[in-house]
Design a binder for this molecule. Structure first.
Ligand code: FES
Ligand SMILES: [Fe+2]
Length: 426
């Protein structure tokens, strides 16, 4: 198959497309819990028009947007009597898509039992609603540490992206850009001395040695930069199959012991929601601070203030005096610019990939192999079916100063064996 055909496969996520079928084999975030009030919510996920609602018993349902009777929009419906009732003729649907009532049909009609509306199972975790939109039995819900953490230790938000999900996911696993896009000319006041020291390493050593290791969950990515005498600054980032990035840093919160996750969920092929989770292993996060950062960059509907129309509010004076990009201090806003600016669907035939793009190449290969496998009836990676697979102590996320003589892979293996996650200095 040609490279162009491969690129097409990688970005298409509608139902029936190989990429769409692949993403549908996993639990995916579809809304924040706070998005869903008393009224049904119309949403689009991977090109499917859906309605999310919470029934009068508190159960969350995700069903097709158009009523199976004569296609009236169910997002205007009434929540009552254990389901969602269509406004047109009163058909009532539960969270499983069963038709409970057809009040205009004869009393003894059994027709309602023949109707099965599109419905996907939902779960709530870490302030987020997840759905399984694939065929067959849903896999186990992934037991990532941040999804089972106490509420105080995890913060969740999202930001709208006017571009395909894959190019944003590629940004997560590109460790070279830290030395440029997110760098500052002056120390940030809120940073600790150690954090500033590490930031200086990123600025002074712009040529990381990037290495990858394929794992059962995806790809572990090492970026090594020479730091002070005898030490290397090693950052370990992860591509977690099929659309997550785990990387060091907890939104500028505690400095050590936390990490962030970006989870990119297509709305359609030209836009997506990036769900962000900030997580700390042992300390509560300052959520008011994280809220303030979010509110400074996006409106109440999670759409960013910085857009192509206002040129991402880039400030030339700031570029002179403070930051490399001139787009403020919020990393997600810098990333938004970087991943949207190639266009809604990045034309990869224009690329000239370099040595630091090794993880991107490996990720695309892994996705394409999984699509092919799926067509041949093989279960893709990380579809979790047994509790012993559902333990994620092997996702090592860190940024640490290691002795030059220390082997970075062995260092990670030691952490996995010991379960001492506090050795993952961030
Ligand atoms: S269109 Fe929904 S009940 Fe008739
Ligand atoms: Fe970034």
């Amino acid at each position: 198959m040609s490279q162009d055909a491969d690129y097409k496969l990688l970005v298409e996520t509608d139902k029936g497309k190989p990429g769409g079928e692949l993403l549908r084999r996993y639990w995916q975030p579809v809304a924040l819990v706070s998005d869903l009030g008393k009224r049904p919510l119309s949403i689009m996920v991977m090109g499917e028009e859906l309605v999310l609602f919470r029934d009068d018993k508190g159960k969350v349902g995700l069903v097709g947007r158009y009523c199976p009777h004569r296609s009236v929009d169910l997002s205007y419906g009434r929540i009552e009597d254990g389901g969602l009732r269509c406004l047109y003729h009163g058909w009532l649907f539960d969270v499983k898509g069963r038709c409970l009532e057809q009040p205009a049909e004869p009393v003894d009609s059994k027709y309602k039992d023949e109707i099965r509306h599109t419905a996907y199972p939902c779960r709530e975790a870490a302030g987020t609603i997840f759905a399984y939109m694939g065929p067959g039995e849903a896999p186990l819900f992934p037991n990532f540490h941040f999804l089972s953490a106490p509420d105080a230790y995890v913060y969740q938000t999202k930001i709208h992206h006017a571009c395909n999900y894959l190019q944003a996911n590629e940004g997560n696993i590109d460790p070279a850009h830290l030395s440029f896009l997110h760098s500052f000319r002056k120390p940030l006041q809120e940073r600790s001395e150690q954090a500033q020291k590490l930031q200086n390493v990123l600025i002074q050593n712009t040529r990381p040695k990037v290495g990858i290791e394929r794992t059962r969950y995806g790809i572990r990515i090492f970026a090594k930069r020479a730091a002070e005498a005898g030490k290397n600054y090693v950052r370990v980032t992860n591509f977690v199959f099929p659309n997550l990035g785990f990387f060091a840093g907890d939104g500028g919160q505690r400095g050590t012991g936390g990490y962030s996750v970006h989870w990119h969920v297509p709305i359609n092929d030209e836009s997506h929601w990036r769900y962000d989770f900030y997580y700390h292993r042992s300390e509560p996060l300052d959520k008011a601070d994280l809220d303030a950062k979010q509110n400074a960059e996006a409106d109440a509907t999670y759409h960013p203030h910085r857009t192509p129309e206002n040129r991402y509010l880039q400030d030339p004076e700031e570029m002179e005096k403070f930051s490399f990009a001139g787009m403020g201090r919020n990393f997600p806003s810098h990333d938004l610019f970087a991943v949207q600016s190639p266009g809604a669907i990045h034309d990869r035939s224009r690329e000239h990939l370099a040595t630091t793009d090794i993880a991107i190449v490996a990720m695309r290969r892994m996705m394409l192999d999984a699509m092919k496998g799926l067509e041949e009836g093989k279960e893709p990676p990380l579809v979790i079916r047994s509790p012993n697979e559902n333990v994620f102590n092997d996702i090592i996320v860190m940024g640490a100063l290691l002795d030059e003589t220390q082997d970075q892979n062995a260092y990670c293996e030691d952490i996995i064996r010991s379960g001492d996650f506090h050795a993952m200095k961030v």
